[in-house]
Each structure stands twice: as C-alpha cells, then as structure tokens.
Design a protein around this ligand. Structure first.
Ligand code: MLT
Ligand code: ZN
Length: 462
C-alpha cells in the first residue's frame, strides 16, 4: 500500500480525476484475463502524454512505489496483474493514431490504440495491418508490443516485432528513448527497440510506436479438415505449404469444438465428428489457386491424413469457420482454464505431440484437456478445464504437478515454455526451461540498467 503522502503527491502529478482508487476500478484495471492471482493495486492512473508518463516514473522512483502497465488487459500470463499495492498505469486515454506516411507505409500510434482500430485505419487507406487475434477488439498496441503478440497469421506475417519500425519508451529511470526512428534500414549498433519488444513492461513503458503497414492480401478461402490423428496434422501442413500460399494454419480438438458449439450455439463444420480439425486459410486470387488447394486436400485424403473437409464459398462462411477456432478461448473462460502455451520447431511437432499426448492422457485422466493453437508455427495451446467442484488453488497445484513432465519434454525438444502469451507471473518459475542460467543472469543485468530501482512491473518475467 502507498502512504497518504505518496498518494497526495500522485494526485499532484496527474489531474485528480485521472487518479482512481474506488474498488470497482481497482478490480477492473488491476488484472488481465487470468484469474489465478487476486488484484490489489493502490491506485489506477490515466496519463495523457509522454511527459505525464515520465512524471509518473519519477514519482514512482521518489516514493518507492512500483508501476504496472495496463493495456487492453487481455493477457493470459498475469503480466498486467497488480497484486502488491502497485499503481496501475492505464494507457486507455493515449489512443491517438497520427503521422500516417503513405510512402513509407508507417503510422504512429500511442500505446493505447486498440489493435482493431489500427486495422480499420489501415483498411480505410487501402492498406493492411496483419497482426490479428480473437482479442483484436480490446487488446492495445502497447500491450501487443510489450508481449510481442502473435495470433493467427504468424505463419504468413510474423509476430508484432516484425511490424514495429520505431518505438518511444520511458525507461525505469524516467528517460525518454526514441528507438529506430521509424527507419527501414538502420545498422547503427544495438537495436534497443527489440529489447523492449516482449520485455513485458519490466524495462520501461512503451508510450508510442511507429507501426508498419502492408498491402492487403488477395481474396482468401478457408478450409476446415477433419483429422483422425494428431501426428498427421503436420503432414497436412507440409503438403499444403508446398501447394498454396497459407495465411493461417490452425488446429483444434473435438473437445475444444464442443465447447464453442455449446457456448455459441453453432453447428459442427462437417457431417461427422473427428478427433481433430485443421483450419487453414489460403490466398485464392483466381480459380487456379482454388483448384490447387482442392487437389492438395484430395491428396491428404488419399494419404489418410485427413478424412473430410469443407471450404468457404463466401466471406460469411469463412467467418463462421473461423469462429469455431477463435471462439475457443472465450467459450472456456468460465471454466478457469489452466493454460500452457508452448512451441517447438515445426519439424519437431509430429514427435512432440505424440509424446505430449501420452503424458497428458496418463497424468490428467480426470480433467478435460483441450488442444488448439497455431500448429503451423509449432505453437500449441494446451488448456486444462477446472472441474466445477474443484477449488482454484487445488486445481492450480494439480496442474503445476503435471507441468513438471510437460516442461521436461519441452526442454528435451529445445522448445519454448511461452510461445506467444508471455511469461508474466504465471510462467515465471519455468523461464529456465527455455533460457539458460547465463541468459537469465544477463536479463537481470539488463533490467537493472533500465530499471535500477525495480519500479517497472516487478515480479513479472524475472
Ligand atoms: C488463442 O490462440 O486463441 C489465444 O492465444 C488465446 C488462448 O490461447 O486462449
Ligand atoms: Zn494463441
């Protein structure tokens, strides 16, 4: 908790009405989508510009109070949860989009710009911002950068990191840095921009970013295929990747589908139910691409990798198929899922999933385990649903027991313990699955340079 003097100084730093301490605001802004850690912030503040963010950092250093950044609060690793009397800095009111540069195809966004607003901005100018996920309507650019958000089109367009041309940050010492200046080419030493991307607010706050835009994709089609065996999914991927320009390659299990069908009242995509489904989207500017993709599908069926399939004939059908995949996270939220977000190299996925399935079937016999994710990137989301009669702490510790086996396997495959959701508080104890002790020590060293007083989102990542 902060002292009354510190609170009074905070109210002098920012206009009174932009410092909230009521219970509803503390709960709302004190947490993200995770429900495993109780929020307990001291106050929520709403800066309007870079200078105010800087003043807040200086206040935090002077008063010895930690700051937690808050974007759209759609994170899944408790990276934006304030559980120890911190002050939450919401970027909600810093949401301007400006300095559109059509020739460079860049635009400057304040941290609080909602992802969907940037997508619409680009679309209205005949361009495209390709990083996309189910939470695009709520997530903010600053949070996307802080977590290097991925999503459903990484297979074609990469992660948020690939779309950041410049960054303005306020470090933990209250310094304002302009990183990479929006340049396309800049080989002038260490690229500190990339240090801040994915740093989860532990080095400083992202306050503005110059984002890259691109040409819109050609028309696309969506296919959903029924698959009998997990191990066959990557055979489908390998074949389609050679035959079509893939925009997305996702998968989900029948259990995951059942959750979406029940929550949203939608029907199954195919006449029969299959243990797994692949959802792929491919570019189809004309009939030739479509014919090639249909031939690829026929080949997958001949090989026994896929059993049945459907292809969208309209935008509405494409959206309906996507809902089956994108609706999973929201459909299972009431079940307080324990989430794993892991990745291995694409070529390792077939062996990895078979081994992982054996562990999960053995160690989670009593829980419902859902598989889905961006398998074309090597990224799997394993979600364990909490039975209604289990208390949250007992359920969490049961899942953590199984984690040991899961993460040993990830380590053995030289994979990532957090492919896209970030480390936050929930995965912090597993960082050494993917990072060596030497790397972690260097990361701590970097943190102490940018945040010597430890006021920037402490307890997250490290
Ligand atoms: C997704 O792929 O649906 C998102 O990462 C959210 C989730 O994993 O639940
Ligand atoms: Zn995901």
């Amino acid at each position: 908790m902060i002292s009354s003097q510190a609170l009074a100084a905070l109210r002098r730093t920012l206009a009174e009405e932009r410092v909230l301490t009521d219970a509803a605001s503390l709960l709302h802004y004190g947490r993200d989508w995770t429900r495993y850690i109780e929020p307990s912030p001291a106050a929520i503040v709403f800066p309007l510009d870079v200078d105010e963010v800087r003043a807040l950092v200086q206040w935090a250093r002077a008063c010895g109070v930690a700051l937690v950044p808050s974007g759209g609060r759609t994170g899944l690793s408790a990276g934006a949860v304030a559980s120890r009397g911190e002050v939450v800095v919401s970027f909600e009111r810093m949401n301007a989009i400006r300095d559109f540069d059509p020739l460079s195809r860049t635009v400057r966004c304040q941290a609080g710009v909602v992802t969907g607003a940037l997508q619409t901005f680009a679309e209205e100018r005949g361009l495209y911002y390709p990083v996309d996920f189910a939470s695009s309507g709520a997530s903010q650019i600053g949070g996307n950068i802080a977590t290097n958000a991925g999503g459903i089109r990484v297979v074609r367009y990469g992660m948020t990191r690939d779309w950041v041309a410049g960054l303005t940050v306020v470090t933990g010492t209250g310094e304002v840095l302009e990183l990479n200046l929006g340049l396309n080419k800049n080989n002038s030493g260490y690229d500190l921009r990339h240090l801040f991307i994915g740093s989860e607010g532990t080095l400083g706050f992202v306050v503005e970013a110059v984002m890259k835009l691109t040409s819109p994709p050609p028309p696309t089609r969506v296919m959903v295929l029924g698959v009998r065996q997990l191990g066959d999914i990557m055979a489908v991927f390998g074949h389609f990747a050679g035959e079509a320009r893939l925009q997305a390659f996702e998968f989900f299990s029948d259990q995951a589908l059942a959750q979406v069908m029940a929550a949203q009242g939608v029907g199954a995509p195919l006449d029969e139910r299959w243990p797994y489904y692949v959802l792929l989207e491919f570019e189809a500017a004309g009939d030739a691409e479509e014919a090639r993709a249909l031939a690829a599908f026929a080949h997958c069926v001949e090989q026994g990798w896929a059993s049945d399939g459907v292809m969208s004939q309209s935008l509405a059908q494409a959206r309906a198929l996507w809902r089956l995949r994108e609706g999973i996270s929201e459909a299972i939220t009431p079940r307080t899922p324990y989430k794993n977000d892991i990745a291995v190299m694409i070529s390792q996925v077939p062996d990895f999933v078979v081994r992982l399935d054996a562990i999960l079937s053995r160690d989670y016999p009593d829980f419902e385990v859902l598989w889905y994710g961006h398998i074309g990137d090597g990224n799997l989301h394993i979600n364990v649903l909490k039975p209604q009669d289990w208390a949250l702490p007992a359920f969490k510790s049961a899942c953590e027991q199984v984690n040991r086996q899961v993460f040993e396997l990830v380590r053995a495959f030289r994979g990532s313990m957090s492919a896209e959701h970030g480390v936050g508080m929930l995965k912090r104890d597993y960082l050494n699955v993917t990072r060596s002790e030497a790397e972690i020590a260097l990361m701590r060293g970097v943190k102490s340079v940018f945040d010597p007083d430890g006021v920037m989102n402490p307890g997250k990542l490290l």
